[in-house]
Design a protein around this ligand. Structure first.
Ligand SMILES: Nc1ncnc2c1ncn2[C@@H]1O[C@H](COP(=O)(O)OP(=O)(O)OP(=O)(O)O)[C@@H](O)[C@H]1O
Ligand SMILES: [Mg+2]
Length: 1118
């Protein structure tokens, strides 16, 4: 949000609310003088209102009156309203609420995204957004310095900044991965580097500086993490109520049974002497869940499962080392020596790291000393042994931590060559004042002192110096410059650290007594140094300062340090035997942590001391921070008891004092909020005046003056230095910035307009050109097609005309040829006629007929001779005949064929015997009588006509009958006679002679009925395949008195045929034969109608006769 065209006077300012466009008069530190009905939903005005509320101003620069009390009161009031963030210009003060507040939601992120720093409620997101935009848009590397004492909320603040930047920068698969990796480095580092202290349950026990690297679009590319001095003494010792590093408790609580078994660990914290036995679990902290979160984070960062296992194995080794117990024994020489009391733990450690237990045992219990080219193995006393063991544990852990940071860096580092912008976030351990402060506190407080120095230098001293340098009228503001304290500690010649190093490297008996007496000597009159000795010298009685201690008056308060352990911790020595043992381990990770253990690389040079290293890394950090644009978050701890929303004014006041907040506000109020070199200023804002846009021909300063004169800002808002322009109020700057933005939009529109015009013109010209080409091609194409069509039509017409002409010509030629041919024919005939006429007398008459006859004869002869040679076989059944070779011989050939056939038949007939002939005649006769008339006929064809079926001559029984027949027998057979009265059939013998037909009784073989053939009037048979026949007798005959005979014969066809033939022979008259289904018979009692019925009941040729009344009979045939 912005306040355009604000006019500012010393007493206040008027602002145009961008939300509702209301002009508002605001007095510095007073109530709003004029307030129109503001819409409630105007966040800009809400923010402004809250910022200007005199009871709880959001920006302490607006505090009126400015006193320590009003400042404290304002912070307290704001804290009470849950407004934990307050500004001093662009410095954010954050008071730890010790409870989660609903001000970090995604909606809040959106609210602060691209916000105007001064137009929204103070928030850590606002400073994060400002830094990020400055990095992205102004290409300035940023650093966010988070300071405050332990438990003030630095780590939380750094996480909030990181998560905000991650939320607002652009999204995408790659970017999200980088963001995730950067964010997930926190749980891993916190697990290994944080611990519960009396001041903070999640106290960072190392310093962390993280450079997040972005590309030109503001997308994160990766990062680099630097770590500073891990408080490794915590591994072996920590005061009551504190804990060791979180990872140990997390591993034991969250590791699966299988993992713990693999690591040879027990789930019980009590078992491990390095772990605090009183408070292994923390209220409200789920170590198991944190362990799983840490494992997930490692996976996200890119740790392989093997790396995770190796890391946990080394962690387990550290834990187990604490359980290695030593016992004392005495050698023969009376010297005390130590040995492993319980080999089980040592054995397990060696199994984990792949080392021979005896090697580790020797390294723990003895020490190799080199003296004048001689190597002597000396035994260690039990305290020395424990010292070595603890040193080993500390060393392993601190090196493991360094390895962890490097491993994370490998995953998140940016590929070289990419251009990047950097945002550094510094979260370093806070200022610490304990009951008993040791080397670690000294180092930590030194670091904080340096950070305070940066702050002072950059915000207070540097600023004031700059005003003087630039020739701006300025009343100096008093502030405490802590460089004297920094110098006391870090001076390379006579600083405390230098003295400590000197003492560590000094040959001879080295102990802390000589060290402190040296300090006392050196700093006897130093304002910020105190000890028992200096106090005594000044006759000050102070029981709180023991002999072994010295006190430094830090910017944040007086801290008494106990020098015990200073030299040992500064030396940070590890017996070479132990590092060599670790190097000898087969465990790859552990092996890599101790490169100096390689016997090949033995160096007698002492490694740099811890203090020296720390000083060097702090110096590097400072250099790094100086090169960036700083953004400050100053964290304040409201109470010592970690209680939610409890504000202890005394505690906060102390922090206000040592953080130099009052001075900060004073300088801020007196000074100018913004400065920039004239060149860069003009470059950035020259578009705001037509005189400076697009180019200013004069000097940069003149350009800036012209530009600002045109913008008509109140004169007290601006100051022109030698090289820089100074702007007093941020609002003026924001006004300038918003005008620039408006102008940039206009310019962008202009560029867009010109570009669009150019693009459209070019496009139009291109289209026009294309259109001309297309139409030219199209016309050409159309003309070509038209031409082709015309050509085709012309060709067709031509072709037709030529065709017509040719046809005419051809026709003419043909006519001519016909004419010629006709003329030639006529001429030929004519000539022929002439020639014949002339030569007629030379030709014989009828020569052609003769010739033709001759030829015909010759052909006939040849045909006949050929036929004679190739006559078909003489078989009667063979009807083949060769075809006629010439058409005129067809009739003759057909005639010859029938002659030949008839001749073949004659020949066949001539060779037949009389019996055979008679039989064939009988068969012929049967055919004439029955063919196609009676079904039985076709069945009878295969049966030869035997005539004699009874065997009259052979059988003596038939002697009488034979006698009757004599030589006139034609046929003898058995028949069945149908009884006229009942219809039943009775077998009878039947003899047919040339004169009679005799029926005889088969048993007696006596003729019963003798019929003269002349008495038979006619015969009736059925159409079917039965043997039923009726002999119709003449009424006049004697034998016919009883009526007609109904007989059934097995040889009906033969019987009727022979009867017919015999009658024909004797009477020369044909026997009438009726083949019918219905006929009438005459019986003695009258006529009877016989109906032939086809029925399945009848046998194949034996009919069944059924009487139906006295005049009807049915014959069932099949
Ligand atoms: N903004 C916040 N909102 C809610 N709780 C907070 C906030 N900041 C800090 N806290 C609480 O305060 C505790 C201590 O904060 P933090 O760990 O950030 O302190 P620190 O300054 O990093 O301390 P040290 O120097 O010991 O690392 C956190 O565990 C958390 O419970
Ligand atoms: Mg911390």
């Amino acid at each position: 949000m912005n306040f355009p065209r604000a006019s500012i006077s010393g007493a206040g300012f008027t602002a145009l609310c961008p939300g509702c466009k209301a002009r508002v008069k605001v007095a510095l530190g007073k109530q709003l003088l004029h307030k129109r009905q503001l819409p409630r939903s105007c966040p800009a005005m809400e923010a402004t209102t809250s910022r200007l509320d005199p009871a709880a101003v959001g920006d302490l620069v607006l505090l009126d009156p400015l006193t320590e009390e009003s400042l404290l009161h304002t912070l307290q009031e704001r804290f009470r309203r849950s407004d934990i963030y307050t500004y001093i210009g662009n410095v954010v003060i954050s008071v730890n609420p010790y409870q989660s507040l609903p001000i970090y939601s995604p909606e809040k992120v959106q609210e602060y995204h691209n916000c105007n720093f001064f137009a929204v409620k103070p928030h850590i997101y606002a400073i994060a957004d400002d830094a990020y935009r400055s990095l992205r848009d102004r290409d300035r590397d940023q650093c966010i310095l988070i300071t405050g004492e332990s438990g003030a909320g630095k780590t939380e603040a750094s996480k909030l900044v990181m998560s905000y930047v991650a939320a607002v920068c652009s999204k995408g698969e790659d970017v999200d991965k980088v963001k995730e990796q950067l964010l997930q480095s926190n749980p891993v580092l916190e697990a290994f580097g944080n611990a519960k202290t009396v001041r903070n349950d999640n106290s960072s026990r190392f310093g962390k500086y993280m450079d997040v690297e972005f590309d030109f679009k503001g997308e994160p590319l990766g990062g680099v993490i630097s770590n500073y001095l891990l408080e490794k003494s915590r591994i072996v010792r920590h005061v009551k109520g504190e804990r060791n590093f979180h990872i140990f408790y997390q591993l034991l609580a969250g590791g699966s049974a299988q993992l713990l078994q693999q690591l040879k660990l027990r789930q019980d914290c009590w078992h491990y002497s390095y772990l605090n036995r009183e408070s292994s679990s923390l209220p409200g902290v789920d170590d198991a869940a944190n362990f799983h979160a840490m494992q997930d984070a490692m996976r996200v960062i890119g740790f392989s499962p093997d790396e995770v296992t190796a890391l946990l194995e080394v962690t387990a080794v550290v834990l187990k080392l604490g359980n290695v117990q030593l016992s004392s024994s005495y050698q023969a020489s009376g010297m005390e020596s130590c040995s492993i009391a319980e080999p089980q733990e040592l054995q397990e450690i060696c199994e984990l790291i792949g080392l021979d237990p005896s090697v580790l045992e020797q390294a723990l219990c003895s020490r190799t000393v080199k003296a004048r080219d001689e190597t002597v193995l000396t035994t260690l006393s039990v305290p020395q042994g424990y010292y070595g063991r603890d040193a080993l544990a500390k060393n392993i852990y601190s090196r493991l931590f360094d390895w962890l940071v490097n491993r994370i860096n490998t995953s998140i580092q940016v590929k070289p060559g990419k251009q990047r912008k950097v945002m550094g976030v510094l979260d370093i351990y806070g200022f610490e004042i304990f009951q008993d402060n040791g080397f670690e506190q000294f180092i930590i407080n030194y670091c904080n002192e340096k950070l305070q120095q940066i702050f002072i230098l950059m915000t207070l001293k540097e600023e004031q110096e700059e005003y003087v340098r630039e020739g701006i009228q300025w009343t100096p503001v008093e502030f405490f410059d802590n460089s004297i304290i920094c110098n006391l500690i870090e001076n390379s010649k006579c600083g405390i650290l230098a003295m400590l190093d000197e003492e560590c490297l000094r040959p001879g008996v080295v102990n802390e007594d000589t060290f402190i007496s040296k300090l006392n000597q050196l700093f006897a009159t130093h304002k910020h140094y105190e000890s028992k000795e200096t106090q005594n010298a000044q006759r000050v009685m102070d029981a709180s300062l023991p002999l072994q201690c010295f006190r430094i008056h830090h910017y944040a308060g007086k801290v008494t340090y106990n020098v015990t352990g200073f030299i040992e911790k500064n030396n940070d020595l590890l017996f070479r035997d132990l590092s060599q043992a670790m190097w000898a381990a087969r465990h790859t990770l552990l092996h890599s942590l101790f490169p100096e253990g390689d016997p090949q690389k033995v160096s007698l040079k002492l490694p740099p001391t811890a203090g020296f290293q720390f000083k060097a890394s702090v110096a590097m950090l400072m250099k790094n921070l100086y090169s960036k644009n700083p953004n400050y978050i100053r964290c304040i701890k409201p109470n010592e008891t970690k209680t939610a929303m409890l504000f202890t004014p005394e505690l906060v006041l102390a922090q206000i004092r040592y953080l130099g907040l009052m001075e900060n506000v004073r300088v801020r109020r007196a000074g100018y909020a913004f400065r920039q070199l004239y060149g860069s200023f003009l470059e950035r804002y020259k578009m705001l005046s037509p005189r400076t846009w697009p180019r200013w021909a004069g000097s940069d300063r003149e350009g800036a003056e012209v530009l600002l004169a045109e913008l008509a800002f109140p004169p007290e808002e601006l100051a022109f230095g030698h090289t820089k322009i100074f702007i007093r109020s941020p609002r003026t700057l924001f006004d300038l910035e918003s005008q620039r933005q408006e102008r940039v939009v206009q310019l962008a529109t202009l560029i867009q307009k010109i570009f669009r015009g150019w693009r459209c013109r070019t496009q139009y010209q291109q289209m026009r050109k294309s259109q001309i080409i297309i139409s030219a091609w199209f016309r050409g194409h159309r003309q070509k097609n038209k031409y082709k069509q015309m050509k085709r039509s012309a060709l067709i017409i031509q072709a037709y005309i030529r065709g017509w002409k040719s046809r005419r010509l051809l026709w003419e030629l043909k006519r001519q040829r016909h004419r010629h041919a006709a003329a030639a024919t006529i001429a030929a005939y004519w000539r022929g006629y002439q020639v014949r006429k002339a030569y007629r007398r030379y030709f014989r008459s009828e020569a052609s007929i003769r010739l033709a006859n001759f030829i015909y004869r010759r052909l006939v002869q040849k045909f006949l001779v050929g036929l004679g040679r190739n006559l078909p076989p003489l078989l009667v059944t063979d009807r083949t005949w060769p075809p006629a070779p010439y058409k005129f011989l067809a009739d003759a050939n057909q005639e010859l064929r029938s002659i030949f056939y008839r001749w073949k038949c004659k020949k066949y007939r001539e060779q037949l015997t009389p019996q055979r002939k008679a039989l064939l005649q009988a068969k012929l006769c049967a055919s004439e009588l029955f063919k196609d008339k009676k079904t039985l006929y076709s069945k009878s064809l295969q049966q030869p006509f035997r005539g004699e079926y009874l065997g009259l001559t052979q059988n003596p029984k038939y002697q009488k009958l034979h006698a009757v027949a004599k030589d006139k027998l034609v046929m003898a057979d058995t028949v069945r006679k149908v009884n006229r009265a009942s219809g039943k059939t009775v077998p009878h013998l039947l003899l047919l002679t040339t004169e009679h037909l005799v029926l005889a009784d088969p048993k007696a073989a006596q003729p019963k009925t003798v019929l003269s053939l002349g008495d038979i009037r006619s015969v009736s048979v059925t159409r079917f395949s039965d043997g039923f026949l009726v002999l119709h007798l003449k009424e006049t005959s004697t034998a016919g008195a009883k009526g007609d005979f109904l007989l059934v014969s097995d040889h009906l066809i033969e019987l009727v045929t022979r009867l017919h033939q015999t009658i024909m022979d004797t009477t020369a008259q044909a026997l009438p034969l009726h083949i019918t289904d219905q006929f009438s018979t005459r019986f003695q009692k009258g006529d009877m109608a016989v109906t032939v019925v086809e029925s399945a009941k009848a046998g194949s040729n034996v009919p069944i006769c059924k009487k139906r009344g006295s005049h009807k009979m049915e014959v069932l045939v099949h």
